[in-house]
Ligand binder design. Sequence first.
Ligand code: FES
Length: 161
Amino acid sequence: MIQFSEEKLNKVKEIVARYPEGKQKSALIPVLHIAQDTFGGWLDAPVMDYVAGLLQLEPIEVYEVATFYSMFNLKPVGKFLLEVCQTGPCMLNGSDDIIAYITEKLGIKPGETTPDGLFTLKPTECLGACGYAPMMQLGKTYREHLTREKVDQIIAEAKQQ
Ligand code: FES
């Protein structure tokens, strides 16, 4: 059943209360983050419908936002989501090679997850760390100045968790 815990519902109420009456749509992005973290790292339609109900929005209003931002996953992802930036500065500094190396090393193409459910490769747009190109986001951390050796290290560390 799709239902936030009491603690998470209180968090949602706290977020909604930051905005004027009737402007609960402003809470949508943080609430979608909570939903994604709570329900397996991605947002399927029933989860988005649940969020719509909580915030008294039409489901389409939630779908529009969830499908626009790359930080929301619309299909299941692995335990470790390798979000490799592929925008200009990262591309000029070798992100294509990093993506190709991850594909070769893990046997997954962009958008795919390893059969063991551990890793998903997700090329993404600028993550605002262009000065550290090429880079990726892994969970809540940024991994910067990527090289093939650093990718090896990141994957080895993840496998030990
Ligand atoms: S271009 Fe990669 S972080 Fe901005």
